[in-house]
Ligand binder design. Structure first.
Ligand code: SF4
Length: 471
């Protein structure tokens, strides 16, 4: 619903973390999930095992709210997988909290996934028509049913067969009583890295979780790759031929933590270079540059360095705002943005300000922040967006909005400028963004997905989804 929330930013989908062969596997998973908290704040869960039975703890809430010393101690075993969730598909309720755990003919299976299937609804309908009963509304359960129904002899082969029916984004951790299977979709839409700590293998959506657990980064999981860890050791197989790599470019723009490296590229450095590109493409005369905290600060520093305009902390984020508000009226919504962000009057008063932000979704947040800076006395506010205009919905697990709610899909640059009340507005070009990210690659779009900018989706999109996204 348009303008329902105070902040119309994009929301990340999920984060996964797994470890094999460590005496305190659940504790390290807890720390890993804590580092991945920015990827999902609605629920968290850990499943651990010693190779016999599963120990499970899952609940709604932040990682620090869901787990206590006692619950972590109860998650015994040397193998664990964990998940933090922001719901993009499936309602926000306990039944959907991952890792999801199932018991079937071959034993127990726990699944944690990051990403969204584009054929999830169709597969679910097919399975339901064949008599399957679902306990959750997530894609993850669809994957479990496909694995359970496979007639292949081994779990590995059953998983491979199931994965070959999936279309979309999925970075998957699948835990059985004997094995951990780590799978990356053929396009590598979501990041998934492998590391090692004290002889134990770790897997994480982002490398920032390696730092806190003391793990060394080894490599990314490759498109269409399945890494298998069991009592025979570690081995890698392909379950599908790799398709053109299409890593979500928004990981660099906004989602990932600045201290994470994706594909060997540090996220802060990539954002800073995007700010430099922005300065080359759309310089402006001004007195100070400020970034919308937290994700735009790196790009603002890059813009400032490239233009020679001083970077200042013109906006401060209040970190103690709750995750949800009651928003009974427009007035309360306007107050809401002031609860989250404040302009530093002494920095912006009487100044021409460049406000760098990472993206514009519906435009409502940008309008409020521009107003905040003007109210604090700025004489001019020039908005520079360190990514191209978002014109298309994401079907791969990012909660963008329907197409008609995306301001750039329905408004010209000048109309957006007027709607947000800026003195000038510029978006970074797709070429400038890719140059800023800096991946050296011969692949299309240097191996990135740009679909929300250019509508060129790396997979087939089911017709029903296209219809939904147009709403
Ligand atoms: S459509 Fe946009 S948000 Fe979605 S995966 Fe592609 S680049 Fe990322």
């Amino acid at each position: 619903m348009q303008d329902e929330s105070i902040f119309d930013e994009l929301n990340e989908e999920c984060g996964v973390f797994g470890i094999v062969g460590h005496p305190t596997a659940a504790a390290l998973t807890y720390y890993g999930l804590h580092a991945l908290q920015h990827r999902g704040q609605e629920s968290a869960g850990i499943v651990s095992t010693n190779g016999d039975r599963f120990h499970i703890h899952r609940d709604m809430g932040l990682v620090t709210e869901v787990f206590s010393t006692e619950t972590i101690e109860r998650c015994k075993g040397t193998v664990a997988i964990g998940h933090v969730r922001y719901s993009t598909t499936g309602a926000s309720e306990l039944a959907n909290v991952q890792p999801l755990v199932f018991t079937f003919a071959r034993g127990e299976i726990a699944i944690a996934t990051n990403g969204n299937l584009v054929n999830g609804d169709r597969l679910r309908a097919e399975l339901e028509a064949e008599g399957a009963i679902f306990q959750s509304t997530t894609d993850t359960e669809v994957i479990a049913h496909l694995i359970a129904r496979s007639r292949e002899e081994t779990i590995e082969c059953a998983v491979k067969e199931a994965l070959n029916r999936l279309v979309g984004a999925y970075a998957l951790l699948i835990l059985t009583n004997e094995q951990l299977l780590v799978c990356q979709d053929p396009h590598s839409l979501r990041p998934l890295s492998m590391g090692m700590v004290e002889g134990a293998y770790v897997f994480s959506s982002e490398t920032c979780a390696f730092d806190i657990t003391g793990a060394e980064y080894i490599r990314e999981i490759e498109p269409g790759e399945m890494v298998i860890l069991d009592d025979r050791g570690i081995r890698s197989e392909r379950f599908a031929p790799p398709a053109p790599r299409s890593l979500c470019s928004f990981e660099y723009i906004y989602f990932a933590r600045p201290d994470s490296d994706i594909g060997g590229i540090n996220v802060h450095s990539a954002r800073k270079r995007m700010g430099v590109q922005m300065a080359l493409e759309a310089p402006v005369e001004a007195d100070v540059v400020t970034g919308v905290p937290d994700s735009s600060i790196s790009a603002a520093i890059g813009f400032a360095e490239a233009t020679g305009i001083s970077y200042e902390l013109g906006l401060i984020k209040n970190r103690y705002v709750g995750r949800t508000f009651i928003q009974p009226s427009q007035m309360m919504r306007e107050r809401g943005v002031k609860m989250k962000l404040s302009a530093v009057r002494k920095v912006v008063e009487g100044k021409r300000v460049v406000m760098v932000d990472d993206s514009i979704v519906r435009g409502t947040t940008s309008r409020r922040i521009v107003q905040l800076i003007r109210d604090a006395g700025a004489t001019e506010v020039h908005v520079r967006i360190s990514s191209p205009p978002v014109k298309n919905p994401c079907f791969y697990g990012i909660d963008t909005a329907d197409r008609e709610q995306l301001i750039a899909a329905t408004h010209s640059l000048e109309e957006i400028r007027r709607a947000i009340g800026a003195d000038s507005l510029a978006f970074l070009s797709p070429e400038g963004m890719l140059r800023g990210i800096g991946r050296e690659s011969q692949e299309k779009n240097c191996g990135h997905c740009l679909a929300c900018f250019n509508g060129d989706y790396p997979t087939v999109i089911e017709q029903e989804l296209v219809g939904e996204g147009q709403r």
